[in-house]
Design a protein around this ligand. Structure first.
Ligand SMILES: C[S@@+](CC[C@H](N)C(=O)[O-])C[C@H]1O[C@@H](n2cnc3c(N)ncnc32)[C@H](O)[C@@H]1O
Length: 239
């Protein structure tokens, strides 16, 4: 199974030191299957709310992925707001991709509040409503480890890697910005790649500003004006 550009980028951000990785809202299970194939953690869990999806995924994985002592996998059919993280020990990464940012905000909130004593890393890639999601993550005191943009099929996505460790004891990471920070800087050491990063950031910023301009015409909400202003204040930098 070859991953698309978006899932590949998400996979690249998975560090090798997790004990449990949760591919949440896994649907086809491509990302989870790739993580199992690469033995990226001792335990990899694939979770979706739809029973038929999980059943067919379970059959496919059993057929195609042989058991390996260094990487065990499991499938779970459940609403990820009830992820049983406290039943497992060690470092845990929760990946959620391919759902709306507003639903993602709600689910991350539910998971975090249900597990106040566990340090959880989240790797998130929403479809739309990124501002709502970022607001929720800021409220939850999440620390940012990495943020990148990825373009696939003419669509640009934000990918955020965060830790739920409370800010006052955090030893790594930065405070999250409501509109992003590192995503507006082209930092690659390769000049060609730096130019591509710059183009994607410019395209994404233009699209985002236009989106909020349209919203502002339709609805004279001061909140929209604040968001639009924040995006208008962004300057893209090349290092
Ligand atoms: C478009 S797919 C995303 C697939 C994959 N993560 C990706 O990014 O390509 C969205 C999946 O989220 C699942 N889903 C939506 N809400 C959920 C929830 N609360 N708990 C678990 N799965 C959920 C749906 O059943 C669907 O399979």
């Amino acid at each position: 199974m070859k991953l698309g550009i978006r899932l590949k980028q998400i996979e690249t951000l998975v560090a090798p030191d997790y004990d449990h990785i949760w591919d949440c809202c896994c649907d086809h299970g491509f990302l989870g299957a790739s993580l199992i194939n690469k033995q990226r953690a001792p335990y990899i869990h694939l979770v979706d709310i739809v029973p038929e999806l999980i059943q067919s995924l379970n059959e496919k994985l059993t057929r195609h992925i042989p058991a390996h002592p260094d990487c065990q996998w499991d499938t779970h059919c459940l609403d990820i707001s009830r992820l049983p993280l406290s039943h497992y020990s060690g470092k845990q990464l929760v990946i959620i991709a391919g759902i709306g940012g507003d639903l993602m905000a709600q689910l991350v909130n539910d998971i975090t509040l249900a597990n106040p004593h566990i340090e959880i890393d989240f790797l998130l890639c929403p479809v739309h409503h990124i501002y709502t999601l970022r607001q929720q993550l800021i409220e939850l005191n999440m620390m940012l480890k990495e943020e990148v943009l990825v373009k696939e099929n003419k669509r640009i996505y934000e990918v955020l890697l965060l830790s739920s460790k409370p800010a006052h004891i955090a030893d790594s990471g930065n405070k999250l910005s409501p509109v992003g920070n590192a995503i507006w800087q082209a930092t690659s050491s390769d000049q060609q790649l730096r130019l591509i990063e710059l183009q994607i950031a410019e395209e994404y910023l233009t699209k985002t500003r236009k989106h909020y301009q349209r919203m502002q015409y339709g609805d004279n909400d001061p909140k929209i004006q604040t968001i639009l202003q924040a995006y208008q204040d962004i300057t893209i930098k090349m290092q």
